[in-house]
Design a protein around this ligand. Structure first.
Ligand SMILES: C[S@@+](CC[C@H](N)C(=O)[O-])C[C@H]1O[C@@H](n2cnc3c(N)ncnc32)[C@H](O)[C@@H]1O
Length: 246
């Protein structure tokens, strides 16, 4: 699989290059994830089957009507890449007055969070199963978000994969544009070089102001996920970054 298209080198005596046919597929964008077939438990399968109509919003190329989707008007907080939804469910349960929108591409994760919505009786959580870049671009209008959270995004440690990291200047500019003035952006990672990149990129975004002097202490509302606990056992420190939209 190739990320980038490189045209073949011109051959001698070759006919003049033709413009691409109208049906040539567009160049594939570099994604921050690779969808691998994951095993799904029967509970997750059932949750996907039965609860999707209630809590999963279809991806659309036009702005989300959040009041209609949640059945009420409330501050909207976005979580990108919620994984199995461990933090999402705890945070949503602790703040019933807030509408939470979780975006994740991994089907077993969507199934797992649906199960938690069901068992926890969480009525303030909705899911979009799609690339967050597209969701931000098409479904969320500027200044619509009261907050955004990205916890432990894939670190893509190999240098040749760094281009896949989510937290890069164009993405952060897009995300910041969707935040309302005063909204909080909360990032966390246990990968030190990625933490440095996050701090650099967020600090360089003019519309964001750091709420801490460098990294922030972990806010009490963010629970330690299983993923993070495993990282801690491997000797990784976690870094939280808290910025406010100007
Ligand atoms: C390393 S996991 C962390 C999961 C969770 N936040 C946690 O702390 O345990 C990163 C997650 O982000 C998701 N992800 C990566 N890029 C994404 C994108 N562009 N849109 C939506 N989800 C994405 C992946 O599918 C994966 O589940």
């Amino acid at each position: 699989m190739h990320d980038e298209y490189s045209p073949p080198a011109p051959q001698p005596l070759a006919p003049a290059p033709q413009p691409p046919a109208a049906d040539t597929p567009p160049r594939r964008p570099i994604r921050s994830f690779v969808l691998r077939p994951g095993r799904m438990g029967t509970g997750q399968q059932r949750a996907l089957r039965e609860l999707t109509p209630h809590y999963v919003l279809p991806f659309k190329q036009h702005p989300l009507d959040a009041a209609a989707a949640f059945g009420r008007q409330a501050p909207l907080v976005l979580e990108i890449g919620f994984g199995m939804g461990d933090a999402s469910a705890v945070i949503a349960a602790a703040s019933p007055e807030v509408n939470f929108l979780g975006v994740e591409v991994h089907p077993p994760g969507v199934g797992a969070l649906l199960q938690k919505i069901d068992t926890g009786g969480l009525r303030n959580l909705r899911i979009v199963q799609h690339d967050a870049v597209d969701v931000l671009t098409h479904m969320l209008v500027p200044h619509v978000l009261a907050g955004a959270m990205v916890f432990f995004p894939d670190p893509w440690p190999k240098k040749r994969h760094h281009k896949r990291r989510l937290i890069q200047p164009p993405f952060v500019a897009l995300l910041a544009s969707r935040l309302a003035p005063g909204a909080t952006l909360h990032l966390a990672t246990d990968w030190a070089p990625y933490a440095e990149q996050m701090l650099q990129v967020l600090s360089a975004e003019q519309s964001l102001a750091n709420l801490a002097d460098g990294y922030a202490p972990r806010p009490a509302y963010r629970p330690l996920t299983k993923f993070e606990q495993r990282g801690e056992r491997l000797g990784h420190t976690s870094f939280d970054l808290l910025f406010r939209k100007r």
